[in-house]
Design a protein around this ligand. Structure first.
Ligand SMILES: Cc1ncc(C[n+]2csc(CCOP(=O)(O)OP(=O)(O)O)c2C)c(N)n1
Length: 356
């Protein structure tokens, strides 16, 4: 049974990067460094997208800062045939699953990326902006995978705020009843825009919700990549073996504004803002890698410079494309446009065409 005590989130690395729990088996150095790399790539790309938005070159962005261990760790055990559904906050999981940074950057221009930027199908659904809907998409995918006897597992994600949506309860109920090969990850970053978690739910932990739906559940320190990986590896293996769904709550900390549209100093108490530095998942993992002899300062510097250069190249690749015509967004609504949409498309083309 995966459900363990809910007193304290599972931790393998404490806040200072010291090992305090059982290390997962098969931790090859290459794998550890790959996760570290993905976490930095997530941080750099997220910061870049915020900067591009400030320059008026990208639409709204939802930063991932402080949540990289959860975002990357929830995807580390996934195989090619597995699926992932998420909001932009979990962009790191998409990168880990094989989505190119260029595709993410292009998405931020407001349009679906062209196939050549996406590359091979990483089995990640488009980022969801409508809160909570991806929970239903993930259960649907998992039920379909089971009906087709595919050997694939689906990871669905949502925030603490999304757990107050009906979609979340419906998704967990279907997952339980149909014994779907699903791992539902609640990314509890303490806030839903300006609503703190104590105003969002009265339960001690969101993981406890699993019990009511007959799902095993795990509570994990979401700023500890090793703990997130360990819990996800167990839950994914269980789902793949026919053991059904698991609910995982990753307790993390939003280290930035909710999005490019708000100012957290208006609603976050100063003591909460002060926690941003101490809860940094990258610092914690770096300490572990240094102490274990996997990385030293010199190699670290070279690695982060290389990742940043790669990220910039990828963003450039996305921006090398001419801006799509505004009316092109109608093309993605239906395979066959309705007469009304065709009319609206033409109106937009005529209105914006003169300004091009
Ligand atoms: C159905 C719906 N209602 C409201 C919104 C506006 N909205 C955008 S983000 C957000 C808060 C989401 O909080 P949470 O689920 O905790 O995820 P987080 O953004 O913290 O990752 C809300 C209410 C929306 N996008 N969709």
């Amino acid at each position: 049974m995966l459900t363990k005590e809910f007193d304290k989130p599972l931790q393998i690395l404490d806040q200072d990067g010291q090992v305090v729990g059982p290390l997962p088996p098969n931790l090859a150095p290459d794998r550890l460094l790959e996760w570290y790399r993905m976490m930095w790539l997530t941080r750099f790309l997220s910061n870049k997208l915020v900067a591009l938005q400030r320059q008026g070159r990208a639409t709204t962005w939802i930063p991932s800062n402080g949540q990289e261990a959860t975002a990357v760790g929830l995807a580390t055990p996934l195989l090619e045939q597995d699926w992932l559904t998420a909001s932009p906050r979990e962009m790191g999981g998409y990168l880990q699953k094989g989505v190119s940074p260029a595709a993410v950057a292009y998405f931020c221009r407001g349009y679906p990326p062209p196939p050549e930027l996406v590359g091979k199908d990483a089995r990640c659904l488009p980022f969801t902006i409508v809160i909570g809907t991806q929970t239903l998409h993930s259960v649907g995918l998992a039920m379909a995978a089971k009906m087709r006897n595919e050997n694939s597992v689906v990871v669905g994600t949502c925030g603490d705020g999304a757990t107050s949506e009906g979609d979340f309860s419906e998704a967990l109920n279907f997952a339980g009843v149909y014994h779907a090969p699903l791992v539902m990850v609640v990314v509890n970053n303490g806030w839903a825009i300006s609503v703190p978690s104590h105003k969002q739910y009265a339960a001690k932990h969101l993981a406890m919700r699993g019990i009511g739906f007959g799902l095993p559940a795990r509570l994990v320190d979401g700023n500890d990549i090793l703990a997130v990986h360990a819990v996800m590896e167990e839950a994914v293996a269980n789902a793949r073996a026919g053991g059904g769904p698991t609910l995982v709550e990753c307790v993390t900390h939003r280290q930035a504004a909710h999005s490019t549209s708000d100012d957290p100093t208006r609603y976050c108490p100063p003591e909460n803002l002060a926690l941003w530095e101490t809860r940094d998942p990258l610092k914690r993992f770096r300490r572990f890698l240094y102490d274990g002899g996997y990385l030293d300062e010199k190699a670290d510097k070279a690695l982060t410079l290389e990742i940043e250069a790669y990220m910039n190249e990828e963003v450039q690749r996305a921006y090398d494309y001419p801006a799509p015509a505004p009316e092109s967004f109608f093309d993605k609504v239906y395979a066959e446009p309705t007469p009304r949409l065709a009319r609206q498309r033409e109106e937009v083309r005529q209105e914006t065409g003169a300004k091009r």
